[in-house]
Write a protein that binds this ligand. Structure first.
Ligand SMILES: Cc1cc2nc3c(=O)[nH]c(=O)nc-3n(C[C@H](O)[C@H](O)[C@H](O)COP(=O)(O)OP(=O)(O)OC[C@H]3O[C@@H](n4cnc5c(N)ncnc54)[C@H](O)[C@@H]3O)c2cc1C
Length: 485
């Protein structure tokens, strides 16, 4: 065998898993079709800027799996975090169109009263504030067995059970849409509560010095220093069982390994790379029926003036959060006047990311269908532009270039579309009831030696945190299984 393990895909999940396995002394080859690592969270360099292809920030800020990765690999000097207390603002567009703003800290605030001020700043009444406090206290203190029992309870009903209403309900639900990118009436309360608890303890809105994907880049460099191999611009076209392991068709080569870990998505791996005939029919049926998260699409604005003062903004309204019904309405063309708007300016987190402090790349997006063919893509981008210009009227006069990103671009940077409507998903597999907690697909496939890593299996939490969590958990599974063989 050429390697102990071949990891297909250098997203947060694949790169974490590969680096940890190399750290364990295994012979690892990491293969990715893209020119650089990072997958959906890739940082690119262009015209003197470094930025992500779309808005991205992490949570929890402190005590994250990325911190743990830096520690385990001894990369604390290389992987550094940007978590300003004044990161930006939540902006609530009230029904009359006026806006109130509340500060958004990317770390637990040094001021213990800061969180308590949020309800009043958003204009919430006493009853709503008390309801929010009740929900928050329950989230903070709920024992794990009670959380696990909420796999089949949806987060919208769970929050409504506390009497949450008004701007605080809109705030919570929009935040949950942003974190999981699924309709809130299908989000399991267990997944949401675990994640929010991490956020209450560690804050949210973390960015990484040198670009959000820098920890992945550093992990890949570490893998190579440990004797592992990294092949970029190499698409894997097939994975076949052979005596003692697998043969992987990677570009022009056939590589062999005792085990394969796929970060290419459970559906593309089973239905395309390996092929359904290699799996039991009921497993294939389940895989085919799995549902992707929604997408996140929008615009990159290149501007010749410091138009934004905030590194991160989440703008919301009573209409901006989506349950299944609201999503269906938007898909049919009935959009809210003020949809969810998430904005990140990487150079306000790390000034070295822009060639000139007076210039910015502003990354802005909203939710959309994951179907790369959906006409909703165009409508969503148009809504983002409209909302950005409404919010920052100065923007138009300073835009030197607009780059649109849709679910087609997301699919190109990450996974192949193999079932109708899938490919451009923001997160990976949707964190909805029936696909989360005890019903989440197993990271071990039915083929001994073939594993899944990343947001489809093996982890929990929000986006890149989930992928990194899976990277740790799957590395432990693979190392343990190989040691037993
Ligand atoms: C627009 C947008 C905004 C987001 N915002 C946030 C955010 O603010 N915070 C957050 O935490 N998360 C955010 N996310 C989600 C987050 O980026 C993803 O959930 C996470 O990065 C997924 O990691 P992963 O390891 O599961 O896989 P991916 O990142 O999808 O990586 C998969 C890798 O596999 C490679 N690959 C696939 N098929 C093959 C093949 N056949 N051969 C070789 N290589 C292959 C791909 O090239 C890719 O590098 C956002 C995502 C998008 C799209």
């Amino acid at each position: 065998m050429d390697f102990d393990v071949i990891v297909v895909g250098a997203g947060y999940g694949g790169a974490t898993c590969a680096a940890l396995l190399a750290e364990e002394g295994l012979r690892v080859c990491l293969v990715d079709k893209n020119p650089r690592p990072g997958g959906k969270a890739m940082t690119i360099a262009k015209d003197g800027y470094r930025y992500e292809l779309w808005p991205i920030a992490g949570g929890p800020s402190e005590g994250s799996r990325v911190h743990e990765l830096a520690g385990v690999l001894g990369l604390e000097a290389e992987i550094r975090f940007s978590m300003p207390e004044q990161a930006g603002h939540f902006r609530y567009v009230r029904p009359d169109g006026s806006v109130v703003a509340a500060p958004l800290s990317a770390r637990p605030s040094a001021d213990p009263a800061a969180a308590a001020r949020l309800p009043a700043l958003l204009g919430a009444g006493e009853e709503e504030s008390a309801a929010m406090l009740g929900a928050a206290a329950t989230i903070l203190t709920m024992p794990e067995d009670q959380i696990a029992a909420l796999d089949d309870v949806d987060m919208l009903s769970w929050l409504r059970g506390f009497g949450l209403a008004g701007p605080l309900l809109a705030h919570q639900l929009t935040v949950l849409n942003l974190l999981f990118v699924v309709p809130v009436d299908r989000l399991p309360a267990s997944e949401a509560i675990r994640t929010l608890r991490d956020f209450y303890a560690g804050g949210a809105g973390r960015y990484h010095v040198k670009g959000y994907a820098h920890p992945v880049e550093a992990a890949v460099d570490h893998l190579v220093r440990k004797g592992g191999e990294y092949r970029s611009r190499t698409r894997v076209d097939g994975i076949t069982s052979v005596e003692g392991g697998f043969a992987v068709t990677a570009g022009e080569d056939e590589l062999r390994a005792r085990a394969v870990v796929s970060n290419a998505g459970i559906q593309p791996t089973v239905l395309k790379l390996v092929g359904p005939e290699a799996f039991p029919p009921d497993y294939v049926e389940r895989v085919r029926a799995l549902e992707p998260s929604l997408a996140f699409v929008g615009i990159r604005y290149f501007v010749d003036a410091p138009v934004l003062g905030d590194a991160m903004v989440l703008q919301f309204s009573d209409e901006s959060w989506w349950d299944s019904e609201r999503f269906a309405r938007a898909e049919a063309g009935e959009w809210p006047d003020h949809p969810l708007l998430f904005v990140v300016v990487p150079s306000l987190y790390d000034p070295d990311l822009a060639p000139d402090p007076g210039h910015q790349v502003i990354l802005a997006g909203t939710m959309c269908s994951p179907d790369p063919q959906s006409p909703m893509n165009e409508a969503a981008v148009e809504r983002v532009d409209r909302e950005m210009l409404w919010t920052w009227p100065d923007l138009e006069g300073h835009v030197t270039r607009r780059e649109v990103f849709t679910s087609t671009n997301v699919a190109a940077a990450s996974r192949d579309a193999v079932v109708p409507g899938q490919g451009g998903e923001c997160i990976g597999l949707a964190q909805v009831i029936g696909q989360c907690g005890r019903t989440k697909p197993d990271a071990r496939s039915p083929l001994p030696g073939l594993y899944f890593v990343g947001c489809d299996a093996g982890g929990y939490g929000c986006g890149t945190h989930q992928a990194t969590d899976s990277g740790f958990n799957v590395a432990a599974l693979v190392a343990g299984d190989l040691a037993r063989v």
